[in-house]
Every structure is written in C-alpha cells, then in structure tokens.
Write a protein that binds this ligand. Structure first.
Ligand code: M6R
Length: 612
C-alpha cells in the first residue's frame, strides 16, 4: 500500500526512481510523484499512474543524484495531484514520502497551524514534514534528530524517506508498521518499500525494523538508531530474487504469467520438503516446535482476503487429516474482539506479502496471549516471517498482479504439507498413507499444467459471464473455499458482483436470486459430495439458472445438466483446490479482459494492505 523508492549516489536519480515506481506500482496507483535535489528540491507529481508522471516530467529538468519517489494508494484525501506525494515543508527545503497513516495528524495539524504553518493538502503526511521542520527550527537540531523527535510525537504507522536541501549528501528513512528496505550498492544507496526496485542494482539489503531510523550518508554509509536513540548494527541480507521474476516475460499481463507459472510455483513450494519414496516430509520450522504442535488442543488460522480462503482450505485439511480442531479467523475481526487464546494454542498466520497490517496485529495479539505463532508467507524477509516464532515460506516467487493466483496455490501446497506432517507426527496417519499422499502431491504440477489447457473453453464461458452483472459460485467441502476464491477473483478484477456459497446453503436465501440471467459457476468434481452437488445443480436448473460447471475428466452426469463445462484431471479431494482453482482464475482473467478492465491494477485495490 503506497510504494516508496529513493536513491543517492553517482547516477542520475530520476530514471532510477521512475523505474522503481513502475516496479512498485502494484502497491498503489492513485498518483505518483518524485522530488529531486539539484541545488533546489524539484517536485514533480501527477494524479493517476506513473505514466502520467513520466509524460509530465519529460519536458522538465529532472537532473540530480539524490531523490525520492512515491506511488500512492489514497487513505487521507482524494487521489488528486494536491494530495500526491512528495509533500514539502513551508520553506520547501524538506520533502517527504510516506506509506502508512499518522493517526494523530488532526491535533498536530491544529497545533502547527497555530504556529503559522500553512497546509496545501488534505493528507496526514504533510503534517509530518511540517512537524519535522518545526522541530528542527525550534530545537536547533540536525535533520536526523528532528526526524527522531518528530516520530516520537506521532502515533500510527509509517515508512518514510526524508530529503533535505541543507543535507545534499543524506537521506533519512524510518519505519513503524510499514516496510522499508535499504539497498547497499557500490557508492550508492537505495531505499524502498520492498526489494523490487533495488534488485537490478544490488543484492545486498538491510531490512529496517519497527521504530528504526536509518541515516544514509553518501560518503559515510548507513547508520541506524531507534526512535528511542539506541544505536543498532545493520545486518546485511543477500537477496535470492532474480530480475526476470519481476518482468512479464512475454505475457500480456502479470496475472496471466502468474497463472501459468503455477506448475512451477507449486513444485517449488514442495521442493526439498517431501520424499514420497520413503514417505517422509521435512518442515524445518515445524520440527523445532514439534511438541507444541503435536500437543496443541486447537489451531487458530488467521489471514485476510485470498489468504483467508487458503486458511479455510487448511481448516478442512487439518481437521480431516490431523484430527485437530481448527478455527479460521479474519485477522481484522480477531484482533479487536478479545478472542480466547491460551498458552499452548497454535496460531497460523497466512500472508502473501507478509505486510498485511491486520494479520500483523493479530500475530502480536496471539503472541501477547502466549500462543505459538507460525507464519506461511511468500515474501522472504517481510514483517510477518520476522514477527512469528517459526514458519514456512511458500516459494511462489514475486506476485505482482494484484489478484492473487500463484500465491494462493502455493499457500495451499504448504498447508497440505503442514497438515500431513502434523497428521503423521500425531499418529493420525501411518507412513504408508503419508507416502500415498506425497505421491499424489508430486503429481499435482502436471495436473495443473493439464487444467491450464482449458483456456479455450474458459474463454467461451467468459463471453457469456462478461455480459452479466452478477454471478454465483457454489461448492461443497474442499470446493467451498475454492468457490469463495473464484467469486473474489471475478469481483476484484472485472467488477462483477459475485458471491461464493456452500452449495447446500443456497436454498436458505441466495436461491431467490436465480433466474435465467444468473450465471452459476458450480464446482462439481468427483468427490465424496458429488451426488449432493448434483442435487444442488438440479435446484439451480429448476429455476432456469445458467450452469457453468467445473467437472472431473470423464464426467457424464453434471455435463448433461450444464450449459457449459470445463474438465479438470482427477485427484484426491484433499488436494483438489490446487487444480479446481485454476479454471476459475482463468475465467476471471478472461472476463476482465472482455470488460476492458485493468487486470493487473484493478480500481481501488493495492497489492499489499499495510493499513488497517
Ligand atoms: O498479502 P496478503 O496475503 O496478506 O494479502 C491479503 C489480501 O489483501 C489479498 O489476498 C487480497 O485479497 C488479494 N488481492 C486477492 O486477490
């Protein structure tokens, strides 16, 4: 949510900032701006995409070796040019970019107004830069100290970078609750919300922790202090990410590329963890907490959005295979409702980005109450894996499309392995059964490959659904969370109102919506509830609903009832979400294309939700 990039070094800052903003655009695309220091600070900003900014700045002098850039997802103030970052101090000598929310901005603003500060925007961020200016003038301190004192006065979340005309060889970055990473190049430094704008120049990065302030001096390098004035020693990590992972690689959209990457990303999420011949499964993070896990009376799984759907799949898996009670919680509700968590409880937090504010807060709450917290996260080094006791990375690679696809199947792949590990270690399944599951799991990438071949048939379905303003998705058992996920995909990128429902629940309300205009996507694969699903489909047909079915290869009965159908390969129902979700991802993609929607950057959304 909001992308930050900054550069200081020997090169021209502007092209590096623009390229960085393009890589970060998935974090927010309401407006974009840069500030570059030559002899004065030059600010360029525009409402809309980075391209608007590029077009505008192309006729101007953008020279300078130090600068900051921002792409915004609006919280305070409309997404217009006035509210776009960077924001400047009264004397225009300090510029700031910010990701997060300054919660006490209103009283601070009133106080600063009384002291003569005038504000040009509706943002909370502008208050912060005025506060820094005010502190510096009134306390006669250097910029770093002014930033430190100012940050002690604000409440809320922030990742900021500050640029000052009077400090032409320095950048200051700080974080609390929003991510910030420093790239350590050769006589040059970068600061960004994540590593994507940095990877092209250096693999050496330092992740800032909460309440840390980094001073980057072009000649003296990086030094870090906390806002409580404690000196910290920077720890340099080496990035494993490759540049190609951040590019479209010939696909029209990142989302399509990511859908087609799934045979590989699912494989990567199990690589090195399973040995089907021996019937062995190795989960490093879980091994360390074997006693806690095998003795847990219950498991709570918390997440948001698509990751919450993966959590629902996990509920079925853990209860079915490991026979342990599971509760699935929206992180945003869990954190505020005083939940009962006891020492000895296990909490699993799932997140692609590892930065989701509500999920992070839920983790902190669970830790305070004595639970052992595991993370299932895709982004290496993100806040969630650093806040949890242990966990497992999903290894899906960077996911740039705002609609989550390969991250979902990678999460489910890891959760299947966790459930199998626990089931085996609790004695709920024996080694022979574990080995059979692992053989089936190894076969999944090829089955996903086959499911991807349904694209042509999916496009035909998409042509019909694209004309509708509503859709229902129905599934039972393991297919119920897949129905929810299919509906979310459709609504978020094509803006069609879609509801996912447990198929049997339909007759308790949603059935009233069904008429000859209502597309109903049914997940009717061969599983333990197939016959029940057939009855539910008949209920839809009886009301003239249009049935679009996902069926198992060789199906006869459902095909005979469906208006259109897509076949997917057979697999054990515990693993089936990995395959049945594929045609639904493709369906939402093609519907969005037909409706001329921005597939990778749907309106109002951002990839990483770092505000609550
Ligand atoms: O990064 P996270 O997995 O924590 O993000 C959670 C949701 O914001 C995310 O899954 C969102 O729902 C996706 N855009 C859905 O495609």
């Amino acid at each position: 949510m909001c992308g930050i990039v900054a550069y200081i070094g020997n090169k021209e800052a502007y092209p590096i900032l623009i390229k960085g903003l393009e890589r970060l655009e998935y974090r927010g695309y309401d407006s974009a701006g840069v500030a570059i220091l030559e002899s004065e600070i030059k600010v360029f900003k525009r409402a809309g995409k980075v391209q608007e900014l590029k077009d505008y700045a192309s006729g101007h002098n953008t020279a300078g070796n130090i600068g900051i850039g921002h792409t915004r997802w609006a919280t305070h103030g409309e997404p217009n040019e006035r509210n776009a970052h960077p924001h400047s101090s009264s004397d225009s000598n300090i510029a700031i970019i910010h990701n997060g929310i300054i919660e006490n901005y209103a009283p601070l603003k009133e106080e600063l107004k009384k002291r003569g500060h005038e504000f040009l925007s509706d943002t909370d961020t502008e208050v912060l830069v005025h506060l820094i200016e005010d502190v510096q003038k009134n306390n006669n301190v250097d910029l770093f100290e002014a930033v430190r004192i100012a940050l002690n006065e604000v409440t809320g979340a922030y990742a900021i970078v500050v640029l000052s005309k009077d400090n032409p060889n320095q950048l200051i970055g700080a974080r609390k609750g929003s991510p910030l990473v420093v790239g350590m190049g050769n006589e040059e430094f970068f600061i960004a919300s994540d590593a994507t704008p940095i990877i092209e120049y250096t693999k050496n990065v330092v992740y800032l922790d909460d309440e840390e302030i980094a001073l980057i001096d072009r000649y003296n390098g990086l030094s870090i202090k906390t806002i409580a004035n404690q000196i910290k020693t920077p720890y340099v990590h080496e990035l494993e990410m490759q540049l190609e992972m951040l590019e479209k690689g010939g696909y029209e959209h990142f989302m399509l590329k990511e859908i087609y990457e799934q045979p590989r990303s699912i494989y990567d999420s199990m690589r090195g963890r399973i040995d089907s011949k021996r019937g062995d499964i190795y989960m490093g993070g879980m091994l360390e907490y074997k006693n806690v896990l095998t003795n847990a009376d219950r498991i709570i799984i918390t997440a948001c959005g698509t990751s919450w759907h993966a959590a629902l799949v996990a509920e079925y898996l853990f209860e079915d295979l490991a026979r342990v009670p599971v509760e699935v919680e929206y992180a945003s509700e869990f954190r505020y409702r005083n939940p009962i968590i006891n020492p000895g409880d296990v909490v699993i937090a799932i997140s692609q980005s590892g930065e989701t504010a509500d999920t992070l807060a839920a983790i902190e709450l669970a830790k305070q109450k004595g639970a052992t917290v595991f993370g299932v996260c895709n982004v290496v080094g993100a806040s969630i894996p650093r806040a949890t006791h242990a966990g497992a990375y999903t290894h899906a690679g960077p996911e740039i499309g705002v609609a989550s696809t390969k991250a979902f199947t990678a999460q489910v792949t890891v959760l299947i392995q966790m459930a199998l590990w626990l089931a085996y270690n609790k004695g709920a399944i024996n080694q022979a059964k574990l080995a059979r599951y692992l053989v089936e799991l190894e076969a999944i990438p090829a089955k996903v490959e086959e499911a991807l071949k349904s694209a042509e048939e999916v496009e035909k379905m998409a042509k019909i659904i694209a004309r509708s303003e509503n859709a229902l998705y129905l599934g039972r058992g393991y297919n119920f969370p897949v129905a929810l996920e299919g509906a979310l995909k459709l609504k978020e990128i094509s803006y069609i109102h879609a509801e996912g429902y447990p198929a049997a629940e339909m007759k308790h309300g949603p059935i009233a919506l069904i008429d000859e205009n209502m597309p109903v996507v049914v997940l009717a694969t061969k599983n333990s509830q197939y016959d029940k699903m057939v009855s539910n489909i008949q209920e839809v047909k009886a009301r003239k609903g249009k049935v679009f079915a996902i069926v198992t290869k060789g199906d006869v009965e459902v095909k005979a009832m469906a208006d259109r159908w897509i076949e997917i390969p057979d697999c054990p129902e515990e693993l089936s979400p990995l395959v049945s979700s594929i045609p639904l991802q493709l369906l939402s993609y093609h519907v969005a294309l037909l409706r001329d929607c921005n597939v990778d950057q749907p309106r109002n959304l951002a990839k990483s939700v770092t505000v609550e």
